[in-house]
Design a binder for this molecule. Structure first.
Ligand code: HEM
Length: 213
């Protein structure tokens, strides 16, 4: 077990934990997006999906416990690596050109991460920890997005999520060793596509719901 704690304690081990927990979140986002897209099927389809989720009972609790554990590992490890990086390079780069893999989404990772954490906490109080006895999940979401403030807030925040996903996905591939120049174009394209899917898939929902319902 000594080798295990030594591996996790190393910077490479920490990057590996970031990559694996990050990929798990991308898996969660894919499932959440697939569920949310049922809204295009109308009220009954979306409420049916929400009810199915609730009917999972103990499995849902287990899933939530997993998400919280992964979030803690991802955030604390990310913070540690960020501080370590800053200590090693206190002045920072003078060049912020996108050459060498530095892009808007790579440069802003810690900040988009903090915004996403704040968003998820707000989102849980907005949609999950609310009394739904006198409404349905569909009516709650439609009422929220019919307020221009929430519609715009969600649409803008989904761009922040997309930026984080784009570089996070790319970076996870590098950490897992898919970094041969031969695969670079594919990895960059797949990561970009993941960002676009998040931005359009989630980001258009508030607009469509506001216009449609
Ligand atoms: C337009 C975009 C989004 C919409 C309309 C949406 C909608 C919802 C709704 C309706 C619920 C509550 C489901 C229920 O209680 O039955 C929920 C839960 C949740 N959402 Fe979202 N969501 C969006 C984007 C996101 C994003 C981008 C993330 C993560 C970064 C996220 C993370 C979560 C989490 C963690 C939960 C709690 C899941 C659970 O019940 O355990 N959502 N969302």
């Amino acid at each position: 077990m000594n080798w295990f704690s030594a591996a996790l304690g190393s910077s490479v081990g920490k990057k590996l934990m970031m990559a694996l927990t990050g990929l798990a979140f991308i898996g969660f986002l894919a499932a959440h997006l697939a569920g949310n897209l049922t809204i295009y099927g109308g009220k009954a389809a979306f409420n049916g999906y929400a009810e199915k989720l609730q009917s999972l009972g103990p499995l849902l609790h287990l899933f939530r416990a997993g998400l919280i554990t992964f979030a803690l590992v991802h955030i604390l490890t990310g913070l540690y690596l960020f501080l370590l990086n800053r200590k090693a390079r206190p002045v920072g780069y003078r060049m912020h050109a996108s050459a060498g893999g530095r892009t808007l989404s790579s440069r802003t990772m810690p900040y988009t991460g903090i915004v996403i954490l704040a968003f998820v906490i707000f989102h849980l109080f907005h949609f999950t920890f609310v009394d739904k006895t006198s409404t349905t999940v569909f009516d709650m979401v439609a009422a929220a997005f019919n307020q221009p403030f929430y519609m715009l807030l969600y649409a803008i925040l989904m761009i922040v999520v997309a930026l984080h996903v784009r570089h996070g996905f790319w970076s996870a591939f590098q950490t897992l060793g898919v970094n041969h120049p031969k695969y670079m174009l594919t990895v960059t394209t797949v990561s970009f596509a993941a960002g676009v899917i998040v931005a359009l898939g989630f980001g258009l929902l508030p607009l469509v719901i506001a216009l449609w319902y």
